[in-house]
Design a protein around this ligand. Sequence first.
Ligand code: GDD
Ligand code: MN
Length: 415
Amino acid sequence: MAADGGLTLQWRLFYRAAHIDTPGMATFSSTHSNRPASSWMPSSEPKIAAGPELSIIVPTFNEGENVAELVRRLDAALQGVHWEVVFVDDDSADGTAVLANNLGAVDARIRCIHRVGRRGLAGACIEGMLSSPAPYLAVMDGDLQHDETALLPMLQRLRGEPLLDLAIGSRHVSGGSVGNWDSDRSRASNIATSLAYFICKQPIADPMSGFFMIRRTVFLDTVRHLSAIGFKILLDLFASSPRPLNFYEQPYTFRSRREGESKFDNRAIGEYLYLLLDKSVGRLVPARFIVFSLVGATGVGVHMVILTLLFKLGAASFLASQIVATLSAMTFNYWLNNLTTYRDRRRRGWKWVTGWLGFSAACGLGAAANAGVASYIFESDHSRWALSALAGIAVSAVWNYAVTSVYTWNDRARK
Ligand code: GDD
Ligand code: MN
């Protein structure tokens, strides 16, 4: 391996020097760009090699201890296959990306997409798949929990059955298992699996699987419809595909983690609920707007409680109580939206304070619009007082959502 690796590196340096540093090369190749590369390449240079048949996309976040072992296992499991592995790392503190790139320097089958300032399993997988020219794309965890020996049978089935769109690594068909999970994790997984059926509408035994292989053409047909939220990229593919996907499930046993720790936490659960919302009602109303409105509704509760405490029990004036209740409800809404609706763009520290000021100003204008619209409708027909109020609330909800999504929680909010 070491001797081979050294040779490969020399070959690569030679190849690079020959192509980039040759004077006049750029002009030459651009004027002859329609010719096959081999017709103009000097015969002393090595032939251009074809791209891989299979790309294995591996999202990583602090998996430094597992990367080299995973490559070794892929190498053993995929003898005779032209494969590559693409690590997609979100700037892990343990230097996973540096490690993967070091391996790539001596083995062309190893690539790394190093993302800075980004987080997210689904997004990482999508980016990795988009970077590949291979006809077959696999997604696999980087912590050795997925059984790499399942890849070859998946590839063989896809090669042999042109109508098959994808192969799912499954823990819930005969021959597969979840290994040794505690009962809490099993129960949580069972609940999540039953909910999944509502959005994917296909009888998949293991829709929560993060291990699968898909035809690139099928992935490209679906990629623009994906929600790309959270952990469940497979489920997202099924729920977003313009047509039902043909699949089969390849049994495997989920191994326990050897090194590092799981990133599955409350955030992953929240993101899963978000995905369900986005794929069900999200076509009609943005999922974020629904969560924003639910937060707004809890704010009304806060408002009424504080108003009652101050005005009825504390004997403060109505106006003073109303002002304090409004400010409290607004702050509560801001705090809760920052934690839930816009968790991915959460503001912290000083940004939290400036965000709060902007949010309050926007909601103040929203309240004025609410009163204006409501009284306009009410004046035209006094019997429609309830409708007037609802119209006012709707206008201010949409206004508050639109303004704060652009100014308070835009993409730059965290930076
Ligand atoms: N790039 C990137 N960015 N990778 C991530 C991120 C992220 O934000 N979060 C996690 N990963 C990587 C991990 O490093 C690992 O390689 C893989 O994604 C899965 O993460 P784990 O933290 O090991 O997840 P898990 O074992 O709890 O969950 C797995 O099993 C679930 C089934 O219960 C995943 O495969 C899930 O997709 C699957 O649903
Ligand atoms: Mn894992």
